[in-house]
Design a protein around this ligand. Structure first.
Ligand SMILES: Cc1ncc(C[n+]2csc(CCOP(=O)(O)OP(=O)(O)O)c2C)c(N)n1
Ligand SMILES: [Mg+2]
Length: 274
């Protein structure tokens, strides 16, 4: 059994190393979404390099596609492709570009233009229902992404078709590209909004793999409606000088910053080691 907490810190070290090497990346949102990806890929999803062509595999779509580095680091760690493939991340002719590409093993859908992942997930979940297939569909949206109107068409459809095989996460870090989500587009209570549309709502500390694990269990046993897990996260989680700073939405690190970030993350990983 994988130690989810330790794995999350290790993946964050991989992300920071990747972005420092490449010289660019959406580091803040990578660090907030890591625990969600780790909880899904190392505990809950029936989705491995061996079964990736099995029609009954679970599906994952990163709707907030700019957090591609986090997903690539998880997929590489899971063996979907060699870790060395990421040496040329974001480089000339690399298929590992700054947003998920379906040309990469393990990626179900290209994303990055916000607002599309949930509607496509709804389609996949509906197809699963129509085919009486056992798979589940998971997607992660950013909270800034919720300003896209197409998200709410998907939210309506998910409830209408009673898609209890669909679980959406909102990475509720309260920041988007240019500042606070409340300044850019008022959100108020996302819990109330999704509930009003007919979804089962669970709100958790979103950088806590124990809480995320329990929430996914609850989603799996919820019948007759889709579930949204509002994951209350910290953007830049784990690196003191990045946390809650909009400027770290997309930014690389100096050599000094890299050293400090790695030393903080290594310490957190050591603490999580049992
Ligand atoms: C349709 C569309 N509009 C604008 C953008 C530019 N953009 C990239 S990331 C981002 C902010 C997203 O914020 P959020 O969803 O909160 O992501 P997170 O905080 O998790 O990084 C924006 C506006 C985009 N990728 N797609
Ligand atoms: Mg955000």
């Amino acid at each position: 059994m994988v130690n989810l907490k330790e794995k999350s810190w290790q993946i964050r070290e991989d992300i920071v190393t990747l972005i420092h090497h490449a010289g660019s990346g959406h580091i803040g949102g990578d660090m907030s979404v890591t625990d969600i990806l780790v909880t899904l890929y190392y505990k809950h999803m029936n989705c491995t390099p061996e079964n990736q062509n099995d029609p009954n595999r679970d599906r994952f779509i990163l709707s907030k596609g700019h957090s591609a580095e986090a997903l690539y680091c998880v997929l590489a760690d899971k063996g979907f492709f060699p870790k060395s493939d990421l040496d040329n991340y974001s480089g000339y002719k690399s298929k590992y570009i700054g947003h998920p590409s379906h040309k990469v093993n393990g990626i179900e859908m290209s994303s990055g233009s916000l607002g599309h992942g949930l509607p496509v997930s709804v389609g996949m979940a509906l197809a699963g229902k129509m085919n009486h297939a056992p798979y589940r569909v998971y997607t992660v949206l950013g909270d800034g992404e919720l300003a896209e109107g197409s998200v709410w068409e998907g939210v309506m459809a998910g409830a209408h078709y009673k898609l209890d095989n669909l679980t959406a996460f909102v990475d509720r870090n309260r920041l988007q590209i240019s500042g606070s989500t409340e300044d850019v587009m008022t959100q108020g209570s996302q819990e109330e909004r999704w509930a009003a549309f007919g979804w089962h709502v669970i709100s958790v500390p979103g950088n806590d793999t124990d809480a995320l694990d329990r929430a996914v269990e609850e989603a799996k046993s919820t019948k007759g409606k889709p579930t949204v897990i509002i994951a209350n996260t910290t953007k830049g989680c784990g690196v003191s000088f990045m946390e809650n700073k909009a400027v770290w939405h997309h930014k690389s690190l100096t050599d000094e910053e890299f050293k400090q970030a790695m030393s903080e993350l290594e310490q957190r990983r050591a603490e999580a080691h049992e």
